[in-house]
Design a protein around this ligand. Structure first.
Ligand SMILES: Cc1cc2nc3c(=O)[nH]c(=O)nc-3n(C[C@H](O)[C@H](O)[C@H](O)COP(=O)(O)OP(=O)(O)OC[C@H]3O[C@@H](n4cnc5c(N)ncnc54)[C@H](O)[C@@H]3O)c2cc1C
Length: 585
């Protein structure tokens, strides 16, 4: 037993009770659970407003920044100077139209706060986000990417214009711009961290107005020297109890907990959860705090909304268990289901992520195939992940320029040489043999004549500048955008043209990533109770809160909106905490 007993009169916040073996007498106003991006932003803003913050995380300090470190750093900006430089006309109005058409919010209570958060987020992305981040030292590269281009319907899902701005320095840079000032705050005694502290319970106390959250209890985990991202032990080395005026939960989503993903999988929309999925996030993205927050009285909503990808593959050089890497594809690869049938023409690589996922899910096979050639892979494939893009991550202009020129990027070369989901061959017959060998005789076997017929049909549409093939037309339209023409979209050509070879097939698995629902919050980030009133003392931000409101994206997303969602919701929480702390202190 060490530390001071919480006095319960509002004066003893931040002291630690029953803490073995680690203890800290840091007298915090606020406890932040989770040192990912949302936690860092909430901490940064709370300290700037004059509060003292204690950050608790179950992993070691190597993992500071959480998932954001691994991210590509893609940011959704609206009407930015970079867009204008690339000839893109964008506006907040167009972005909100796209957002609503994509979100397909329900006209019901479950989407009351998500819709309001969505609107606020689009305002943030159009008016505030770029200046805020630039002020912190974050820059983006000038060629704006066009993620989630939609599936052909102006009233449907998708970005009408390119809005995916890549951070110069990728995810580590997004983390750095918050980490560095927070480390300064730490030296000044305004922030303290407790690593290897796993929260198991939120402490509530009743007063005349009902329950309020006054702290956290949990397990001190045994030391873990692991490198960032490597799964660590859950051995118990002690217990802890911490108290403060308020607690902010910023513990991330569920993508690293495949059991939980399967349990909440929306089978009615996506077919059965695949038996075999790859994991796009580290193991610490375990979703435990969602249920823990519910137990304390927080209401959950839209928990069956998620954002996983159909274009995952097993990493050849894994960091965490079943580590999957997502291909961010350009539009030219031909996409086939496990039986070798081309996907419907409105499902174009990179067009409508969840439509592709739902289609593959409903086949019941849990995987699909890209068939392409070397000239497409060289120009159109990017892999999501900071470690897959060292040129951008370490900010080397010279290396980056090599991506624009001819040749195969080293990250792609590694998968071509070592990736277990890749087949490379000079002829279609050899390619199909390799595909069938890869999945084994118990899986559907591709018929080479059938596949050849479909590819030749598509290739027959290349000789004229116009065609009846939707995907070929789509490629031509995409190249009307300068950014695509320069770096993302190969000129239309025959897939079986030998001079473009060799041929490549990639088995695409379902890769888990983001959680779109979660803890319901109001616009200040206060967690709501079952009657819709705020639960005093409890806040949530980032993925655990569905990036605000318990699902600001609605049923689908526009990409690059997740890091920004952490920044926006973390900022709102950080800014509001002071008001609350002042009322209870
Ligand atoms: C490879 C990759 C690429 C991505 N690319 C992009 C992109 O380009 N653009 C984009 O917008 N988004 C991208 N994302 C998504 C984005 O990075 C995440 O959605 C975001 O970083 C989530 O941040 P968070 O702070 O909510 O949670 P996390 O980063 O998951 O952090 C949560 C923290 O809470 C801790 N924690 C959890 N439970 C407990 C507990 N009980 N006790 C104590 N601590 C706990 C965890 O250890 C962790 O440190 C990418 C993600 C990945 C993995």
């Amino acid at each position: 037993m060490c530390g001071h007993q919480y006095t319960g009169d509002g004066k003893g916040y931040g002291v630690i009770v029953n803490t073995t073996p680690s203890a800290s007498n840091f007298n915090a106003d606020v406890i932040v659970v989770g040192a990912g991006l949302a936690g860092l932003v909430a901490t940064y803003e709370a300290v700037r407003s004059g509060l003292k913050v204690l950050v608790v995380d179950q992993e070691n300090r190597n993992n500071l920044g959480g998932q954001a470190f691994w991210s590509l750093g893609g940011l959704f900006y609206v009407n930015s100077p970079e867009q204008r430089m690339m000839g893109v006309k964008d506006s907040e109005e167009l972005a909100w139209r796209d957002w609503e058409n994509t979100a397909q919010y329900d006209d019901a209570e479950n989407d009351y706060w998500p819709r309001r958060w969505g609107r606020e987020y689009v305002r943030f992305a159009a008016q505030e986000k770029r200046d805020y981040l630039k002020g912190l030292g974050l820059n983006v590269i000038p060629t704006v990417g066009w993620a989630e281009r939609g599936s052909g319907d102006a009233s449907g899902h998708g970005n009408s214009v390119p809005r995916f701005h890549l951070t110069w320095g990728t995810g580590p840079e997004v983390v750095r711009v918050f980490r560095e000032p927070i480390e300064e705050f730490e030296k000044e005694g305004k922030v303290s961290f407790l690593f290897r502290h796993q929260v198991d319970e939120l402490i509530t106390e009743d007063d005349a107005n009902g329950p309020r959250v006054v702290g956290v209890r949990g397990t001190v985990l045994a030391n873990a020297p692991e490198e960032r991202g490597v799964a660590s032990n859950r051995d118990k080395a002690g217990e802890f109890e911490l108290r403060a005026a308020a607690v902010a939960v910023t513990s991330g989503g569920i993508g690293g907990n495949l059991d939980l993903v399967r349990r909440t999988w929306p089978e009615d929309r996506w077919g059965p959860a695949p038996k075999d999925m790859v994991q796009g996030v580290p193991a610490h993205v375990d979703g435990r705090m969602i249920e823990i927050s519910k137990k304390a009285g927080a209401r959950l909503t839209n928990t069956d909304r998620m954002w996983h990808y159909p274009e995952g593959m097993q990493n050849w050089d894994s960091i965490w268990p079943t580590h999957g890497i997502r291909i961010i594809p350009g539009p030219s690869s031909m996409w086939f289901d496990a039986e070798g049938k081309r996907l419907p023409n409105t499902i174009i690589p990179g067009g409508d992520n969840l439509k592709g996922l739902a289609h593959v899910g409903r086949t019941g096979h849990g995987y699909s195939w890209f068939v392409l050639n070397k000239s497409i892979v060289d120009k159109e494939f990017i892999f999501s992940g900071s470690e897959q893009n060292p040129d951008l991550t370490i900010k080397k202009v010279k290396n980056l320029l090599s991506k624009v020129g001819p040749g195969t990027h080293p990250a792609i070369r590694n998968f071509m040489d070592h990736g277990e989901d890749w087949v490379i061959a000079d002829t279609l017959g050899e390619l199909v043999d390799g595909m069938n060998r890869l999945v084994g005789p118990d899986a559907p076997q591709i018929d080479v004549a059938d596949l050849r017929r479909q590819i030749e049909d598509r290739d027959s549409q290349i000789d004229n500048k116009f065609s009846k093939d939707y995907q070929v037309n789509y490629i031509r339209t995409a190249r009307g955008y300068l950014g695509d023409k320069i770096v993302r979209c190969q000129a239309p050509h025959k897939l079986l043209d030998e001079s473009r070879g060799p041929l490549i097939a990639v088995r695409l698995r379902i890769l888990t990533r983001k959680t779109l629902g979660g803890i319901e919050t109001d616009l200040d980030g206060r967690c709501l109770q079952s009657d819709g009133s705020p639960l005093p003392g409890l806040y949530a931000a980032g993925e655990v809160a569905g990036f605000g409101g318990g699902g600001m994206h609605g049923k689908n997303a526009l990409e690059g909106t997740f890091l920004g969602g952490c920044i926006h919701s973390g900022k709102r929480v950080g800014e509001h905490l002071k008001k609350y702390v002042d009322t209870v202190k």
